[in-house]
Design a protein. Sequence first.
Length: 434
Amino acid sequence: MTSLPVVVAISFVYIQSALCFIVTEKDEKGVWWFTDNTKAKFLSRGIDHVSYQGDYCPKLKYSPYKRTCEKKYNGNQSAWAEETTRRMEAWSFNTVAAWSDEIMEKQGLMYSKILSIGATAANWSHQFPDVFSPYFNTTAYNVSKTVCQQRKKDSNLIGYFTDNELHWPMHGTLLHYLFNLTTSDVGHQHAVSFLRSRYQGDLLAFQKAWNLTKTAILPQHLTFDELLLSVDFSSLLKQQTEQMTATDWYRDIVAYEETVSHRYFQVIHDAIKAYHPNHLILGCKFLNWPNIQGILSGAGHYVDVHSIDIYDYLPNAQRLSSLYNESKLPWLVAEFSFRANDSSLPNTKGAGPTVATQADRASHFDSYVKALVELPLVVGYHWFEWVDEPAEGRSDGENSNYGVVNITDYPYTILTSHMAKTNDMVNDLHAHGK
């Protein structure tokens, strides 16, 4: 295989760690890579949720895959882990990715961890957390101490995802903090203060920018805080959605998004580094294509890699290039997958395309990965997931054919043989592009 180009740029990582731990590097051709402790350049080729437990099925009241493994491996999880590692290596995967069992961290493969700090701070409510609250700060440090401290010397750990598909509000955190938080919440108070400062307390200027002149509110009768609390912004939002990107108030939303993003990533960065200075921060696993201009600006140097989940037939190269131009950081596709109708699974709930056969899954994996690794901004891809979901549904109802093995722990050999061939060639494709 052709030798890889010389490296000329190294990402933000503590210098004392550079000789021992995985870093990101950009070579003389502008191509990004991960580099391990032997200075070998690689792309992270991962599988998510590599788990002996599989998915629990509420309808069955047990996990079908775990029941299979208990019988097949005589209850010996170490034997399962050894066989799973052998398979991953045979299929040329090098990374045990998010939600995988801790025992897989000890098998010699590289791995990544997911912290779910924002989700924990929001009490798993699928709402965006109040990043200005003391509770968010406490949560970030508590999670980092629990998860990161014990792994700070592990050279096989690539790094941490801060969250999974973090629920950045569709119309911006400014509106979310104003309308969905109470006046006693720190985030609400911060949003009010932001607007008051941005308009220097000028009520008329604020009303004009936010197109509130048709309301019956007279500035001299209200304070700035009272005006904010009196207007039905959600109704105005519905009326103005189509043209909002050209308005002053939309620019306020983007500016505040940057402020919130800066706070979110800074707090988490500082918490992780307090207990664990050696490994990379891999971003928050953006969900598909959010409007993330302000978010990327706010994240700044507090992450080393941005991550995104893209369930589609092909990655959107133009969009990824745009995101890279905004962030100037490498990107990792943290989830993608294809499901097939010949699997005998319903495939009625879950993300991503459904194709006819396992051969089609293999073909689409090949096309997707090759299109992705031709982009110099990419440092890896993680397939979702190790084992199929139960036909009767997991806890959220998903029932899809995502696995490289089925519920009986038997590999989809057409898929995995193609994966091995494709994975073996991605370094060379990445080095040379199209």
